[in-house]
Write a protein that binds this ligand. Structure first.
Ligand code: PMP
Length: 392
């Protein structure tokens, strides 16, 4: 006889999770994967050999818990940021976790919470409201302009009205690729400093997070918010090894901020949250910064060529395609009366992109030259098909 089980609906789920589904793009087995902004280049044999050797060395100590404060890895990340952006940071100003997703969750755990508000500007990365939900933080989304830039007057007005404890800016933004000028970040920082955060001491102000997951792909002349860290104790700039370092499978995100801000994150992290294997593999990949950044340069050139090509195409409406300026490793383009039909048509031709962003737009990640060629052929074909169907 089987024991009767209560229906799933009888679980004592938190009411705000009722009907929620796990976040994530479809993981389909398709020849050309251009849907989640991964780096298309697998690690080279040299990178794989270093990771294998360093992970083997770490494995000899796996009976012990890992280095809880991972100062070695934090030092390597500080050295990388200095090299990449010219900004000098102390080891104590760096924090890391299992992907920048976890870094962001730490930020909300430390600075959000019941009675507090987190704020960002849509369209933007769709995980932010989930971090807020999971930390019982109220969520408010302002808006970006038609061209996906951020109007500092709107940002300041919303910050003054909502009095958030955490403000999330994304630069370059996902899914639009738009980078923020430092003047806009500074206007937000100034407004943030005036916020009265519930339960915080007078003058504490809000924390401003600039999510720079794609920063290494920015065009020449586009600044990084790292440059503002020296005078801004409430600023956190987050980065990831998922994109530029071709290591999405590693799960290593990190941030730079004041020592006081990092110390607050150390309070909410789980003990030993970064495994010895993760620390060893990340440090091994960082030994190959030079060759990995050369690959980033190639991807930036491929991205700019793809933008030019897309701008030369005519959509099913008979008008040229719109393409958002991008400092990331992806391109948002459109607009299509039926974007799902275009997405589906590409998938039928073996090319998976992402149906995301404002109505009518689609996002494609930058692939290898071969993958880009397949995407272009497939898109040309799909546009012809959709145009013919309209005329039929
Ligand atoms: N921020 C942005 C803007 C992203 O697009 C992503 C991933 N797509 C992340 C953060 C999270 O990246 P990860 O957890 O892999 O570091």
């Amino acid at each position: 006889m089987t024991t009767p089980t209560a229906p799933a609906t009888a679980l004592p789920l938190r009411p705000e999770l009722a009907g929620e589904v796990p976040y994530g793009a479809p993981q389909l087995d398709v020849p050309v994967l251009l849907n989640v902004n991964e780096n298309p280049y697998a690690p080279s044999d040299e990178v794989v050999a270093t990771i294998a050797a360093d992970v083997a060395a770490a494995a000899r100590g796996l009976n012990r818990y890992p280095d809880r404060d991972f100062l070695g890895l934090r030092g390597d990340l500080a050295a990388f940021l200095h090299r990449e952006s010219g900004v000098s940071l102390a080891v104590e100003q760096i924090w890391a976790a299992n992907g920048s997703n976890e870094v962001m969750l730490h930020l909300l755990q430390a600075f959000g919470g019941p009675g507090r508000t987190a704020l960002s500007f849509a369209p933007t990365y769709s995980m932010y409201p989930e971090y807020a939900r999971d930390t019982h933080t109220r969520w408010v989304a302002g808006r970006r302009n038609e061209d996906f830039t951020l109007d500092p007057a709107h940002a300041v007005e919303l910050i003054e009205r909502e009095q958030p404890s955490v403000i999330l800016l994304t630069s370059p933004n996902n899914p639009t690729g738009t980078a923020l000028p430092l003047e806009v970040v500074e206007a937000v920082l100034d407004a943030a400093a005036r916020v009265r955060v519930p339960g915080a001491p007078d003058g504490a102000g809000a924390v401003v997070v600039v999510d720079e997951a794609y920063a290494e792909f920015r065009r020449a002349g586009t600044p990084s918010a790292l440059e503002l860290l020296a005078d801004r104790p409430n600023l956190a700039v987050s980065r990831t090894m998922s994109k530029a370092f071709a290591a999405a499978g590693l799960r290593l995100g990190y941030l730079a901020a004041s020592t006081a801000l990092v110390d607050a994150l150390r309070v909410v992290r789980l003990p030993y949250h970064l495994s010895a294997v993760t620390q060893a593999a990340a440090r091994a990949a960082l030994k190959h910064t030079e060759s990995l950044l050369a690959q980033v340069d190639a991807l930036r050139a491929e991205r700019d060529a793809l933008v030019d090509w897309l701008r030369g195409q005519t959509g099913p409406s008979g008008k040229p395609l719109l393409v958002a300026d991008t400092d990331a490793n992806f391109v948002l383009f459109g607009t299509f009366a039926d974007r799902h039909a275009v997405w589906r048509g590409l998938l039928d031709r073996g090319v998976l992109i992402r149906e995301v962003g404002p109505a009518g737009w689609l996002r494609v990640s930058v692939g290898t030259p071969g993958e880009t060629a397949r995407f272009k052929d497939a898109l040309t074909d799909v546009i012809t098909d959709v145009t013919n169907e309209q005329e039929a």
